[in-house]
Write a new protein. Structure first.
Length: 225
């Protein structure tokens, strides 16, 4: 199987009834500002540079971002902040991510999610994550040059650990989430924690442009060690 075939398989997945029902409900009811939009309403695949050294993982698509546009971190406030920083740090060719045909290209970066469907209240159940991890495992296997993973937010960080705990004897207590924290994973990849670029974190100052650019500058050094 190729990555293209895997992505086709992902978009057709209907394994988790709760997630299927919710993603389709959101796509039908819509948000008022997007009432004229045709929502994607299906699982979201990763995208970016397939020869990348850096894998950036979010938890799941946003209800009116990825679930609407069909591409993760596209068409919402989190995307606005993240791509402004990715562009300034040289990981993207432009500072906006608004639709699948906006001309965006990622450089030495592949962007994906631990869960491929939007979950109610942004809270996936453990069995839903476990079901979806088989896709993430295949995805990573095709991205053979990845040496560094940035987890966007504590929940994505924990999901990464849960993913690795399936195949390796690692303990959660040995991995404490902090912004900029760095750990060596059992397969020799580096895991780096980052605050999520959510409007709440940006508005409260937990994350700002300087903090994110500083982290991405550090990431560039780590991937080229």
């Amino acid at each position: 199987m190729t990555l293209i075939k895997l992505n086709n398989k992902i978009t057709k997945c209907r394994n988790c009834d709760r997630l299927v029902n919710f993603r389709e409900k959101v796509a039908t009811e819509k948000r008022r500002q997007y009432i004229d939009h045709n929502y994607w309403g299906k699982p979201i695949t990763g995208y970016g540079d397939t020869d990348a050294q850096l894998l950036m993982i979010g938890l799941a698509p946003a209800a009116h971002g990825g679930n609407r546009t069909g591409r993760v971190f596209t068409g919402d406030k989190s995307a606005d902040f993240l791509f402004k920083c990715l562009y300034k740090s040289g990981f993207a060719n432009q500072g906006i991510s608004i639709s699948r045909d906006d001309g965006l290209q990622l450089k030495n970066l592949y962007l994906t999610t631990a869960l491929k469907c939007v979950p109610p209240e942004d809270k996936p159940k453990p069995d839903e994550l476990k079901t979806c991890f088989k896709f993430l495992k295949e995805e990573i296997s095709y991205l053979s040059k990845i040496n560094t993973i940035v987890a966007l937010g504590k929940i994505a960080f924990d999901a990464c650990l849960n993913f690795y705990m399936q195949d390796y004897d690692i303990k959660r207590k040995d991995f404490i989430f902090q912004h900029g924290i760095e750990y060596l994973l059992p397969d020799k990849k580096i895991l780096i924690g980052s605050y999520h670029p959510s409007p709440r974190n940006v508005n409260t100052g937990r994350i700002n442009e300087n903090k994110m650019l500083k982290l991405l500058k550090k990431v560039k050094k780590v991937i080229n060690r």
